[in-house]
Design a protein around this ligand. Structure first.
Ligand code: ADP
Ligand code: MG
Length: 386
C-alpha cells in the first residue's frame, strides 16, 4: 500500500512546501481481448493498486520529477527540447507534459514526486497509471480541468510518440474513467462507455501472473493485426460497409466464413465472437450474474487459445488448474498473451484455499512461482487528500 502521509512528508522534506496529491489506478481486463484494434468492445476494471503523485507548481517552466520506486530523478524545460534515450521512464512524464501543451493546456513548471504500488511490467498497466496521475497533476496545478477522455487520449499518444508503444486506448481510458465497484464497458471505436456494477462481495477478482514472457508477443501481435485486416478485406467483398471486424455479426460471419482461408477464418471468429461475449458479459453484470460472466470467460480463453493462438502453455496451465477448482466461476488469460496473467472469478468463501491450490500446482508443474493478487474494482484518476 502507498502511504499517502509518507509521500507528503517526503515531498515537504525535499521541497519545503505543501503538495497537492493525485492518483490513478492500474487495470485488468475481464473480457474483450484483441478486440480493441478491431473497433470492438472491452470490459476492464481498475484495480485497487495505484500510482500517486505529489505535486506543487514552480514559478519557472521546469518540470522536476523523482520516482520513489525507481530511486531516480529527472528534469526538463517546457521551453526547450530534450534529448532522451528511448527506454527511459521520463518519456512518459515528458510525453504527458508536451502533449498537454500541444492540446493548448499551458502548464506551469512543477515539482513532482511519484510513488506506486502497481506492479510494473505485470500486464496491469503501470504505465497508464503513471500517465494518468501525472497528466492530472500537471493539468490541475496549472489550473486546467481536462476531461478524462481527453486525458486518456493524450496518454495513449504519449505511449505512441514518447514511449514507442503502439497501444490501444483501453488502459488509459479505464485508469481515467473507472468508478469504484464497477467494471467499464468501452466501445473502442466511438469511445462511448458505461460503468457496469461489479460486486466483489461474494466473488473475488484474482489475478495470477505466470511470471513468464515469451519473445513472440510483438511480432505475433503485428501478424494478428494484419490477419484481421485481411479478414475485413475478404468479408468486405460480400458485406459492403464493413470497415472493421466490429461491423460483422455472428450470422454474417457464419454465412461467409467459407470464403476465408482457415487461419484467417479462425482469427475472425475469435474477434467476432469475443465482441459478442463482451457485450453479453456486461449484460450479465447488469443483473449481477457472475456465473454467466464466468462461463463467458472460459469460452474467451478457449477462443484465444485455439482460434486466435495467443496463449502459451503457462497461461493454459493456470486456466486448466482453475478449471479443477469448483470455487472458480471463470478464468481466462488477460492482456496480449504469450505470458502475463490470468484473471479469475473466485467465490470468497474458499479464496485462500483456492489461491494456495493454484500456486502449489503451478509451481509443481512449472517450477515457477506465480504472483497472485486479489483486487476490488477501484476508482479512476482523482485528486486525493492525505
Ligand atoms: P505495464 O504498463 O504493463 O506495467 P509497461 O512496460 O507498459 O508495463 O510500463 C512500465 C514502465 O512504466 C516502466 O518501465 C517505467 O518506465 C514506467 N513506470 C511505471 N511506473 C513507474 C513509477 N512508479 N516510476 C517510474 N516509472 C514508472
Ligand atoms: Mg503499459
Amino acid at each position: 500500500m502507498i502511504n499517502r502521509k509518507d509521500l507528503v512528508a517526503k515531498f515537504q522534506e525535499l521541497h519545503g512546501r505543501e503538495p497537492r496529491l493525485f492518483r490513478a489506478p492500474g487495470r485488468v481486463n475481464l473480457i474483450g481481448e484483441h478486440t480493441d484494434y478491431n473497433g470492438g468492445f472491452v470490459l476492464p476494471m481498475a484495480i485497487d493498486k495505484e500510482t500517486a503523485v505529489a505535486a506543487a507548481a514552480r514559478k519557472d517552466r521546469i518540470i522536476r520529477v523523482h520516482s520513489i520506486n525507481l530511486e531516480d530523478s529527472g528534469e526538463f524545460d517546457l521551453d526547450a527540447e530534450t534529448e532522451r534515450e528511448k527506454g527511459s521512464w521520463l518519456n512518459y512524464v515528458e510525453g504527458m507534459a508536451r502533449l498537454l501543451e500541444r492540446a493548448e493546456f499551458k502548464l506551469t513548471g512543477a515539482d513532482l514526486l511519484i510513488w506506486s504500488d502497481v506492479p510494473g511490467g505485470a500486464g496491469l498497466s503501470s504505465s497508464a497509471a503513471l500517465e494518468m496521475s501525472i497528466g492530472l497533476a500537471l493539468s490541475e496545478i496549472s489550473g486546467h480541468a481536462v476531461d478524462r477522455t481527453t486525458l486518456a487520449l493524450i496518454g495513449q499518444q504519449a505511449e505512441h510518440e514518447f514511449a514507442g508503444a503502439k497501444v490501444g486506448i483501453m488502459d488509459q481510458f479505464v485508469s481515467a474513467n473507472a468508478q469504484a465497484g464497477h467494471a467499464l464497458l468501452l466501445d473502442c471505436r466511438s469511445l462511448e462507455f458505461e460503468n457496469v456494477p461489479l460486486s466483489t462481495e461474494d466473488v473475488a477478482v484474482v489475478i495470477c501472473n505466470t511470471n513468464v514472457k515469451h519473445e513472440l508477443a510483438s511480432s505475433e501481435y503485428n501478424t494478428r493485426r494484419a490477419e484481421c485486416e485481411e479478414g475485413v478485406k475478404i468479408l468486405g467483398k460480400f458485406l459492403p460497409g464493413v470497415k472493421q471486424l466490429r461491423d460483422v455479426s455472428i450470422e454474417e460471419f457464419e454465412r461467409y466464413q467459407n470464403e476465408l482461408p482457415d487461419v484467417i477464418r479462425r482469427r475472425c471468429r475469435h474477434v467476432i465472437t469475443e465482441n459478442e461475449r463482451t457485450l453479453k458479459a456486461a449484460e450479465a453484470l447488469r443483473r449481477n450474474d457472475l456465473t454467466e460472466l464466468g462461463r463467458l470467460m472460459w469460452l474467451s480463453h478457449a477462443s484465444l487459445r485455439d482460434d486466435y493462438e495467443v496463449s502459451c502453455k503457462e497461461l493454459d496451465l493456470l486456466v486448466e488448474i482453475a478449471g479443477k477448482q469448483p470455487s472458480i466461476l471463470g478464468a481466462r488469460m488477460t492482456g496480449g498473451g504469450f505470458g502475463g496473467s490470468t484473471v479469475n472469478l473466485v467465490e470468497r468463501e474458499n479464496l485462500l484455499e483456492v489461491i494456495e491450490n493454484i500456486s502449489l500446482e503451478y509451481k509443481r508443474q512449472t517450477n515457477i512461482e506465480a504472483t497472485i493478487l486479489v483486487s476490488d474494482a477501484g476508482g479512476g484518476a482523482s485528486e486525493i487528500t492525505v
